[in-house]
Design a protein around this ligand. Structure first.
Ligand SMILES: CC(C)(COP(=O)(O)OP(=O)(O)OC[C@H]1O[C@@H](n2cnc3c(N)ncnc32)[C@H](O)[C@@H]1OP(=O)(O)O)[C@@H](O)C(=O)NCCC(=O)NCCS
Length: 187
């Protein structure tokens, strides 16, 4: 006798894809996410984005898409889950500390509607993989607010280690770094 409850089960696959940010495809979703204070309080200066900032972001991404690796200052991706835009991940080549070799910083923010389902971890892994294909073996850093436990957990899950505590604009941060492959080889 088949279980009557079985027909109520619905299986679905969560398909996470990184694509170039595109105004026509992603504007409405990204406007809602970047205006959510509960998401943006963890990102950069902790402020929600103005409309002007959102428009500058799309313009910037569209310009950079046509640039070669040596010209680009950011590698941003829009994150889609089953076709719906749920956030942004970006890697930025920067000279992080005076006198240091070039490192890159990683930024991510996702809609509060999909948190805790493993999407953030998959997205960071995929962004690093895409970046490594262009810049092999460049160190990557994430400065995470000390109270941002989910992001610290994501960083640890993808192999970053907590290297120091620091204060930025009066707030406590933890710096997480991904060991370079060449460093690992030398150990
Ligand atoms: C941080 C962020 C990207 C994580 O995305 P996500 O899809 O929720 O991440 P995942 O589901 O892959 O993993 C989250 C982990 O944190 C854990 N976690 C969630 N809340 C937690 C809490 N309060 N304390 C400790 N761990 C917590 C989850 O259990 C999970 O770990 P597990 O797999 O070991 O169980 C997402 O929350 C986000 O966009 N936040 C707002 C912006 C932000 O913080 N950006 C980072 C700026 S540096």
């Amino acid at each position: 006798m088949p279980d009557a409850g079985a027909s109520k089960l619905v299986e679905f696959t969560v398909v996470v894809v990184l694509v170039p940010p595109n105004r026509a495809a992603h504007e409405n979703e990204l406007r809602a996410i970047t205006r959510d204070p509960n998401v943006m309080k963890w990102v950069a200066n902790g402020q929600v984005w103005s409309e002007a900032k959102l428009q500058r972001f799309f313009q910037y991404c569209e310009e950079e898409e046509h640039q070669g690796p040596s010209e680009r200052k950011n590698y941003y991706h829009a994150v889609t889950v089953n076709g719906t835009c749920v956030g942004v991940v970006g890697i930025h080549p920067v000279r992080y500390d005076p006198g240091s070799t070039t490192l890159s910083a990683l930024t991510i923010f996702l809609s509060s509607g999909i948190l805790g389902r493993g999407v953030g971890t998959r997205v960071v892994q995929a962004a690093l993989q895409a970046y490594d294909a262009i810049y092999p073996d460049i160190g990557v850093v994430i400065d995470i607010r000390a109270s941002n436990s989910p992001m610290k957990r994501v960083a640890e899950k993808v192999g970053f280690v907590h290297t120091k505590s620091l204060e930025i604009s009066g707030r406590d941060y933890c710096r997480y770094e991904r060991p370079r492959l060449s460093t690992v080889d030398r150990l």
